[in-house]
Design a protein around this ligand. Structure first.
Ligand code: C5P
Length: 311
């Protein structure tokens, strides 16, 4: 690759938390987690171009999903660009364009994927030469799920979910993702978790432990065992805020999903299915009762944020 690129396009995956164990909150209100993340082949795309006006940072969004996407400075891709400039001292600008396919505020880390793709694209466009590791460290300052969106594949997240360790998961998995409309704000779901724990007089652990059975099932590529191990401790608070999620989860299971969980803080639901055909069947049956559900089939992905075009 020679010369300065004018345009770089990067993609980054949405994620599913195959298990999510929640511990105590720290003084900032961030909770200790032990979670197994899996990247989905449901991608955010960020195109970064050198702008007409050299120092300008602008953003446009083409969303293929329901929900409002902020295009102001609260947008995580713009925040990623501002952070890269602050950290490296570069004064270069960029015109960013996001194509959104991951549900908005759906518990699948779509905003984090935008940040991850923006970091990777701008690192190349601005010729900063940062390593993926450095981008992951920077990304952790933007959101707890950003480092995973850079890394991809399947990984154990500890700390606030930002301390990552790859885990072997050789079997490709097929997921049916169902977005029931509306969204859940992650901080609100964590607050409901705290309130429900206080009500039950429960003390969440300081350091939750990873689910070893799930790690073994993933390593063995045993889909039935993986399905049995799917578990999310944000399930209860998410269902507390959105009682209809419980019904949809039950319907997904009744209609043949191997397992089904609330994805992250919800409200997207992730159902493990045998293959695409099985997924279509489950989707058709569930949507007979809930025609408003937007269901998409996807597969697990080995990739994190990566560059797909440079010119
Ligand atoms: O890091 P991110 O911006 O995605 O987190 C959004 C919110 O979710 C945080 O402000 C916090 O309220 C909550 N959160 C948490 N513990 C985590 C991650 C997120 O309480 N480990």
């Amino acid at each position: 690759m020679s010369g300065a690129p004018q345009r770089v396009v990067a993609t980054a995956p949405g994620k599913i938390n195959l298990s999510l164990r929640v511990g105590a909150a720290d003084e900032r209100g961030y909770h200790a987690l032990a979670t197994v993340f899996q990247a989905a082949d449901l991608l955010e795309t960020v195109e970064a171009r050198l702008p007409q006006d050299p120092g300008a940072l602008t953003l446009t969004v083409d969303s293929r999903v329901r929900g409002d996407v902020p295009v102001d400075t609260s947008n995580l891709a713009l925040r990623a660009a501002a952070l890269l400039r602050a950290e490296t001292g570069t004064t270069q600008g960029a015109a960013l364009h996001i194509t959104k396919r991951v549900p908005v505020a759906g518990g699948m880390g779509g905003g984090s994927a935008d940040a991850a793709a923006a970091l990777v694209a701008l690192n190349r466009l601005w010729r900063l030469g940062l390593s993926d590791r450095e981008l992951m460290l920077l990304g952790a300052g933007l959101g707890a799920d950003v480092p995973f969106a850079v890394l991809g594949g399947t990984a154990l997240g500890t700390g606030n979910g930002d301390q990552l360790q790859r885990v072997p998961a050789p079997a490709p998995l097929t997921w049916l993702l169902c977005a029931p409309g509306g969204h859940l704000a992650t901080p609100e779901v964590f607050r409901a978790f705290d309130a429900l724990a206080a009500q039950a007089d429960a003390q969440p652990p300081r350091t939750p432990r990873a689910d070893q059975h799930q790690l073994a099932a993933l390593a063995a590529g045993d889909r039935e065992a993986i399905a049995r191990s799917l578990a999310n401790e944000l399930h209860e608070p998410a269902v507390h805020l959105r009682p209809d999620l419980q019904e949809i989860l039950s319907a997904l299971r009744e209609h043949g999903a191997l397992g089904a969980i609330v994805s992250g803080s919800g409200p997207t639901l992730a159902a493990l299915v045998r293959d695409a055909q099985h997924g279509e069947e489950v989707s058709a049956r569930v949507r007979e009762d809930r025609g408003d559900l937007e269901c998409t089939l996807t597969r697990s992905s080995p990739y994190g944020a990566r560059i797909v075009a440079v010119d």
